[in-house]
Design a protein around this ligand. Structure first.
Ligand code: KIV
Length: 257
């Protein structure tokens, strides 16, 4: 069965598991559990310490995605189109084709609704599979990060944007930081799967930044649950290594030629 149909068929059947990855080794671990692996432009803040995702370039996305591709065998591989790479139809198509050709990913993700709908339609018409992204949009967001869907007008706009994206042909939509009842309503109103991040358990699937989930990225946000403290595991391993080297216990004969 077509990979996208298989993904979409999970709606109303089983929860869809999605995580970000920025490199091969991590991707090959995640691929065992995930339906979709996203090379998110969150790599700008997580790996490069950028203040926002606005400074992420297409070349950064391509290099990380090429690495991730080597670790992904079964999941859908989606790559974020970074800020200012899809400002008009031609620019978007040229860059989406470049990302797909160089990384062999399955689809690209774009942030926004009605403002970018013509561009989304143009990509899909040209056989580029697209995932949408609504709610909090880090590429264009100004000021403090707040959840979306408090005010009625905002709720109407996000629901309408979701319907527009679905009729444009996106295969799924990421809902970021959206109030629970709105996320539930959007999920019920669409035939395509919604993937939540800070958008309640009513979404068809969930995504998190893997570095946040394992405690590698020191972040404290309400929607992040830290499942382990991998930083402590690394700290202890490196401490043991340091002691072994200093005491000349490593490398021993076993590890030498
Ligand atoms: O950039 C990213 O990692 C994302 C996810 C948080 C959905 O867009």
């Amino acid at each position: 069965m077509n990979k996208f149909l298989e993904f979409q068929k999970k709606k109303n059947k089983s929860k869809i598991i999605c995580l970000t990855a920025y490199s091969k080794n991590m991707a090959s671990i995640l691929d065992n559990h995930c339906d979709l692996i996203l090379v998110g432009d969150s790599l700008g803040s997580v790996l490069y310490n950028f203040k926002s995702t606005k400074s992420v370039t297409i070349d950064m996305m391509i290099e990380h995605s090429k690495s991730v591709r080597m670790g992904v065998k079964k999941s859908l591989l989606v790559v974020d189109m970074p800020h200012n790479t899809y400002r008009n139809n031609n620019e978007a198509l040229m860059n989406a084709k470049k990302i797909i050709l160089k990384t062999k990913c399955d689809a690209v993700k774009l942030e926004g609704g009605s403002k970018i709908i013509k561009i989304v339609k143009h990509l899909i018409k040209n056989n580029i599979p697209v995932q949408g992204h609504l709610g909090l949009l880090p590429q264009t967001h100004k000021g403090k990060f707040k959840y979306k869907g408090k005010k009625q007008a905002e709720r109407k706009k996000i629901l309408n944007d979701a319907k527009l994206l679905e009729s444009a042909g996106v295969f799924s939509i990421v809902l970021e930081c959206i109030e629970t009842t709105l996320a539930k309503l959007i999920t019920k109103s669409l035939n395509i799967p919604t993937i939540g991040i800070g958008a309640s358990h009513y979404c068809d699937g969930q995504v998190l930044v893997i570095d946040d989930l394992i405690g590698l990225n020191p972040i404290s946000v309400r929607f992040v649950r830290k499942y382990c403290n991998i930083d402590k595991v690394i700290y202890r391993a490196v401490k043991k290594f340091t002691i072994d080297v200093k005491k000349k216990r490593f490398p021993s004969k076993k590890y030498s030629y």
